[in-house]
Design a protein around this ligand. Structure first.
Ligand code: 5RP
Length: 224
């Protein structure tokens, strides 16, 4: 079965955690597209009453089109539940996020949520984090920062669009991806990056998630 089918199975399952009157953080990416579709269906067919808080402008548009009222994170007291995707999750529930360039808003929404659920297909469950790590940086001085990352052996590349221009995040920042063979200590790396002037946020999500919904070929499983 395809990866997208697993994402669809997991997305539909995760949307069942949403209850009436919840303020729901809504993540970004192709897995979450399935969650949004199911939430839109429930709003239309089951009269589900929720308010959504988006983790990207794209999510805001998609969810609003399906009739989900969307608020900014600063418009609400606290988010009840956030459902988001991830690029990789290791055995201790540390994750890399930001493949879809939304890591900053995703982290802001996540830390302002009472509960966080991530939705993935089976391929994203790993022993060690090995995928490139997205880092959101302020454009001013970013060439200097890039050189520092190179000198520190962190193997940076710029995230470019199809025209070769730097990708701009929803906060108008740039993205630098770090291509490490494996991240031996996510805590240490995150700490190192957080001390670099010009780094806004990194894609390591540590001590955030409460439950993970994994889509399999036949069903979904939930781990916590
Ligand atoms: C976006 C993200 C996504 O959650 C992550 O990239 C997973 O995306 P997909 O569901 O398309 O595989 O962190 O910034």
């Amino acid at each position: 079965m395809s990866q997208d089918t697993q994402k669809a199975i997991a997305g539909k399952r995760a949307a069942q955690f949403v209850e009436n009157d919840m303020i729901v953080g809504i993540g970004s990416g192709s897995t979450i597209a399935h969650v949004i579709t199911e939430l839109g269906r429930r709003v239309a067919e089951e009269n589900l009453k929720i308010v959504g808080v988006p983790t990207s402008e794209r999510t805001r548009r998609t969810a609003a089109k399906l009739g989900i009222p969307m608020y900014n994170v600063d418009d609400v007291d606290q988010i009840d539940l956030t459902i988001d995707g991830a690029d990789q999750i290791d055995d201790s529930f540390a994750a890399i996020k930001g493949g879809g360039a939304a890591l900053l808003w995703e982290k802001i929404v996540a830390v302002n949520s009472k509960r966080n659920i991530w939705v993935i297909d089976e391929s994203k469950r790993v022993e060690k984090l090995t995928q490139y790590l997205p880092v959101e940086v302020i454009p001013y001085g970013s060439d200097q920062l890039f050189r520092r990352l190179e000198n520190d052996g962190l193997q940076p590349t710029w995230r470019l669009d199809q025209n070769g221009n730097p990708v701009r995040t929803d906060s108008a920042n740039f993205l630098i991806d770090l291509h490490l063979p494996a991240i031996e200590s996510p805590q240490d790396l995150s700490h190192l990056l957080s001390e670099m002037v010009g780094v806004v946020e990194d894609g390591l999500f540590l001590n955030i998630v409460n439950q993970v919904v994994i889509g399999t070929d036949t069903d979904s499983k939930i781990i916590d």
